[in-house]
Design a protein around this ligand. Structure first.
Ligand code: HH2
Length: 251
């Protein structure tokens, strides 16, 4: 899954793809590099991000979804039911859902649905994240949401631990270390670590533009643990690394 943020303020690519033509060209480039899905987002969920109105989010994402959908599978990364619904009508076939609650919209539109876990809300989620057992709590939350989605008739369900969403470095590392606990639920697992701040901290303060190796290494680790999809900004490098890692695993 390639990341395409059509926002002015996303933490790593904010402002780069606000022009719809540039966004579409980048989405097609991600597909050419090997992305099976391009994830279009019109509202940043980074810590401290300000919410955007529904009208503004629609204005940002719809032309891009419409132009890309005939050429590559598109997911819509949103927390708003109306945005998910309009994006499906414009051709998106996967709802990437930070609220883990938009399964009715996905079911009604015949789209797949991916739920990612978040503690709190984006603006304040990193203030004091707290769990007794992060792996068990995230698993429980995601399975409960996935069961509701199944009952609502969603035909394709992904669960995602939501790395960095209301989590300390230790929480993130526990979830990655125990990814198999999520894989063992039987629901396909999606993981997003690309360029995230915990990688900067782990690599001695690497700025956001300097986290490629860390991002690729952790994406490869997630796939090796049974994740079915990784959400990345750097598609070409990730595809190359993962192909080589897979070759290594078979020799
Ligand atoms: N992370 C981000 C956004 N969407 N979706 C899923 N399923 N999993 C994730 O881990 C995930 C996600 C945050 O990254 P990004 O889109 O690069 O930044 P921003 O939220 O600032 O737009």
């Amino acid at each position: 899954m390639g990341v395409l943020n059509v926002t002015p303020d996303s933490f790593s690519d904010g402002g780069r793809w606000v022009d719809p033509a540039a966004a579409v060209a980048h989405g097609l480039a991600l597909a050419a590099e090997g992305a099976d899905v391009v994830d279009v987002g019109g509202e940043s969920t980074r810590p401290g991000a300000e919410p955007v109105t529904e009208a503004e989010e629609l204005r940002r994402v719809l032309p891009v979804v419409e132009a890309l959908a005939p050429q590559v599978r598109v997911s819509i990364d949103t927390s708003k039911p109306a945005v998910a619904e309009a994006a499906i009508a414009a051709g998106a076939s996967l709802v990437n859902d930070v609220t883990a609650s938009l399964y009715d919209v996905a079911a009604a539109g015949g789209a797949g649905w991916a739920a990612y876990h978040l503690q709190g809300e984006p603006r304040t989620m990193q203030h004091a994240p707290r769990y007794d057992d992060v792996v068990a709590e995230v698993r429980h939350y995601l399975v409960a949401a996935a069961e509701k989605a199944e009952a609502a008739g969603v035909h394709e369900i992904w669960i995602d631990p939501g790395i960095g969403f209301g989590k300390t470095i230790d929480h993130n590392l526990s979830l990655l270390r125990h990814l198999r606990t999520l894989v063992d639920t039987g629901y396909p697992v999606l993981v997003g670590v690309s360029r995230k701040s915990f990688l900067g901290k782990l690599t001695g303060g690497a700025p956001v533009g300097d986290r490629l190796e860390a991002s690729v290494a952790v994406a490869a680790w997630a796939l090796s643990q049974g994740a079915g999809m990784v959400r990345v900004h750097d598609v070409a490098a990730t595809v190359e690394a993962v192909r080589l890692a897979a070759v290594g695993a078979t020799v």
